[in-house]
Design a binder for this molecule. Structure first.
Ligand SMILES: [Zn+2]
Length: 248
């Protein structure tokens, strides 16, 4: 049996804080594997009468998250926890208790080389699902470096410096990246701790849940840009040329 404080402590220790994915009360940011893009999923939930609103901070709440493009949906069960700040104000943290279906741990389009890329991504997802955000962040960051250094040819540095060096030039895959993930919260935080000489000393233990989620998002965006979309385009070309041959 639990009292309220024990319950909140249990939730914080065992489940993933997804607060940084919330855009507003009716939208949540996440990757849609069908649209192959990060989308603003619309949130639908069972409406509560005003006199029952306090249940939002006592019991888990089911959310139906619907993709605005393809209309597919997933279910998350979340617990809202009201946290009192030191200045007397408060904020709400949201923890994901259950996800149906689970986050995809495979991106079939990822290349086999460098070895370890698929494993780093899959284990990162498993860590995220098991509420080990520090390990997840370390694995996603390593997976990103495998792409920037081994696949795209950046000189080893921080993630920020590697992205900057790759920007707007043809990389080893023959593609040009114009997007540097300027809004990504991990890169913003990393930029704030880089020293003047370009080095930075970032202890793995300082990685937060928000870092894990934003590194995951960065990995997905980059994987889609470099591996998923080119393959989709190639498949569409093959289908079209097959149809053309059919007509002739
Ligand atoms: Zn979709």
């Amino acid at each position: 049996m639990l009292n309220e404080q024990d319950y909140f402590k249990f939730v914080k220790e065992h489940f993933t804080n997804i607060s940084s994915l919330i855009i507003n009360n009716s939208h949540i940011r996440d990757y849609c594997p069908l649209c192959k893009a990060t989308m603003g999923f619309t949130i639908e939930t069972i409406p509560l009468q005003r006199e029952h609103m306090h249940f939002l901070y006592k019991m888990p709440q089911p959310l139906m998250l619907k993709c605005p493009m393809c209309n597919s949906f997933k279910i998350w069960i979340i617990q809202n926890i009201y946290v009192q700040n030191s200045d007397g104000e408060g904020h709400i943290e949201r923890y994901r208790i259950l996800a149906i279906p689970k986050n995809e741990s495979q991106i079939p389009e990822l290349p086999d080389h460098p070895p370890g890329l698929r494993r780093a991504y899959t284990e990162g997802i498993n860590c995220l699902e098991a509420n080990c955000p520090t390990a997840a962040a370390a694995l996603f960051k390593r997976a990103l470096h495998l792409i920037t250094r081994d696949i795209l040819g950046a000189n080893p540095g921080t993630l920020t410096s590697e992205f900057r060096s790759l920007l707007s030039k043809r990389n080893k895959l023959g593609m040009v990246i114009h997007e540097a993930f300027k809004e990504n919260s991990y890169l913003i935080r990393e930029s704030s701790i880089i020293k003047r000489d370009g080095t930075f000393d970032h202890d793995i233990l300082q990685y937060t849940e928000e870092d894990a989620l934003s590194l995951h998002e960065m990995f997905i965006e980059l994987a889609v840009m470099l591996f998923v979309l080119p393959r989709t385009v190639q498949e569409a070309r093959n289908t079209l040329s097959f149809r053309k041959n059919d007509i002739i």
